[in-house]
Design a protein around this ligand. Structure first.
Ligand SMILES: *[C@@H]1O[C@H](CO)[C@@H](O)[C@H](O)[C@H]1NC(C)=O
Length: 483
């Protein structure tokens, strides 16, 4: 499996100051095991916060960080951020992109404080005897024969002690100990912070009210539904609508052609389409310059190795592939029928019972009746429960199968496309796109991250990375087949 190491400084615009020694002691790497935190890092925090903290608070302190991830199979391994000068390694769960384990791999590189005292540092080895003094008793540890280390776990953190070979038999045979028979005591080689069990770390629940990685139901005929927030944004909505439903965007971006602006000296963006960027939601909304209404949504998966990595949070979308299938197989009767068969054609069944033109507004007219269609207002709050007429429970259900995370019965039934899926799995679900993909390779100087391909359906464009994973999905209202 290809693993890539990127020096994270490439992501930080400003230059980094190189220090010969870590000055983390000045920062006070405060160990707070009860909160699962070390310094400014807390178990469960999103990767954007981890990198944000490194970039803002620690920019001058940390000479270099490394980002390590699997390029070929990005969901299979943790994403690691190594800070070699401090001996710190931050492990990020690849699917949720949240910090799951904090490790201090070099106890002598970092000064650790706990309860107002320095407990470990370059001149302060953390001995087993002192550990018990600082943290009190805990259940007996475990001797790991293969690694010749003794693991001493408390709730939320564990200490690892290397055991010299002459004492291994002794440690193996004593349920608990403080000193070796010769009166010496082992020194901690590593400390780990986690949630759950030391050998099976889990993620803590998100803070109350957090919207991080909330599920977003996407129907290309309607728009986006945020069940947790009970919010819906639709194609054709005005920017005021979007603003009131999703809040202020982090950024507004005009698609203006820069050369045109220079040439005509026109006011910037006055007549160009524009985006609302919601970086925290992993989402862009594209508005039409003339009508100021929603044309497209772009959902980002935030994979490391992609050009936009860490610009957006991951959007945890559930795209209803059945709406795409319906469009796709119907129009395939036309000139496109020579193209590879879609899923629906292969098994000869109608696209699916869910979602096929149930509620209608696959508008044949370009203008929608906003009053009739809008589900805003408290009087219609009930509509928000299930605005797109789908089996919401099935659509939102997580994939229970560890072995085969891409194809479960439920996903098959609803043809739900989610960010875990490979492009192969997507095609298995909804058929192949028509036409050739567009290959996109930014200038090499701008983009050391490799090419991406764009595959178009009537209603969605998938941006696929070399590793077969989805970088982004652009959704728009499908054009009605004219043939
Ligand atoms: C994605 O994969 C993870 C890890 O296997 C799993 O826990 C999660 O439920 C999956 N998501 C979906 C939508 O299936």
């Amino acid at each position: 499996m290809l693993t890539v190491l990127t020096v994270l400084t490439a992501l930080t615009v400003s230059s980094l100051i190189t220090h010969p020694y870590s000055v983390w002691s000045g920062l006070g790497a405060l160990l707070d095991p009860t909160e699962g935190s070390l310094g400014g890092f807390t178990i469960g925090m999103p990767i954007s916060s981890v990198i944000g903290y490194l970039n803002t608070k620690l920019r001058d302190e940390i000479p270099q960080c490394e980002l390590i991830y699997s390029a070929s199979n990005p969901l299979a391994l943790h994403i690691s951020i190594n800070l070699p000068a401090t001996g710190l390694r931050l492990r990020i769960d690849a699917v949720s992109q949240r910090l799951v384990v904090i490790e201090v791999l070099d106890m002598f590189a970092l000064t650790l404080r706990f309860a107002g005292k320095i407990i470990s540092g370059p001149r302060t080895p953390l001995t087993f005897v002192n550990v018990q003094k600082h943290f009190g008793p805990t259940s007996p540890g475990r001797y790991d024969d293969a690694r010749q280390q003794y693991i001493h776990a408390y709730s939320g953190f564990a200490l690892y002690f290397a055991i010299p070979s002459k004492h291994q038999a002794f440690v193996k045979n004593s349920a608990t100990f403080g000193m070796f028979p010769d009166g010496t005591t082992p020194v901690a080689a590593k400390i780990c912070l986690y949630h759950g069990k030391w050998d099976r770390p889990t993620l803590p629940p998100l803070p109350l009210g957090s919207l991080y990685m909330q599920k977003v139901v996407v129907d290309v005929r309607h728009g986006l539904h945020f069940p947790l927030e009970r919010t819906v944004v639709r194609f054709g909505d005005t920017c005021q609508d979007v603003f009131s439903e999703l809040g202020a965007p982090n950024h507004v971006f005009h698609k203006a052609d820069v050369r045109a602006i220079v040439a005509t000296n026109s006011r910037q963006g006055s007549d160009s389409d524009y985006f609302y960027n919601y970086f925290d939601r992993g989402l862009d909304v594209l508005f039409d310059a003339q009508t100021h209404s929603v044309k497209k949504f772009i959902l980002h998966c935030n994979f490391p190795g992609h050009f936009d990595f860490n610009r957006y949070s991951k959007c945890n979308f559930r795209l209803l592939g059945s709406s795409l299938v319906a469009r796709h197989s119907r129009s395939a009767v036309g000139p496109a029928s020579k193209q590879p068969a879609s899923f629906g054609e292969l098994d000869g069944e109608p696209p699916t019972e869910v979602l096929v033109d149930v509620s209608g507004p696959v508008s044949t007219s370009s203008k929608r009746n906003r009053d009739a269609d809008s589900s805003r207002g408290s009087a219609e709050a009930g509509v928000h429960e299930n605005p797109f007429n789908v089996d919401l429970a099935s659509v939102l259900a997580d994939d229970p199968s560890e072995n085969d995370p891409y194809e479960t019965v439920k996903a098959q039934e609803c043809r739900v496309i989610h960010p875990n899926m490979t492009w192969d799995a997507v095609q298995h679900l909804i058929g192949r796109p028509r036409g050739k993909p567009a290959v996109y390779n930014k200038e090499v100087t701008l983009n050391p991250f490799g090419t991406v391909q764009f595959h178009g359906f009537n209603g969605a464009i998938f941006e696929i990375m070399n590793n077969n994973h989805i970088a982004s999905v652009t959704v728009f209202r499908p054009a009605v087949a004219t043939c």
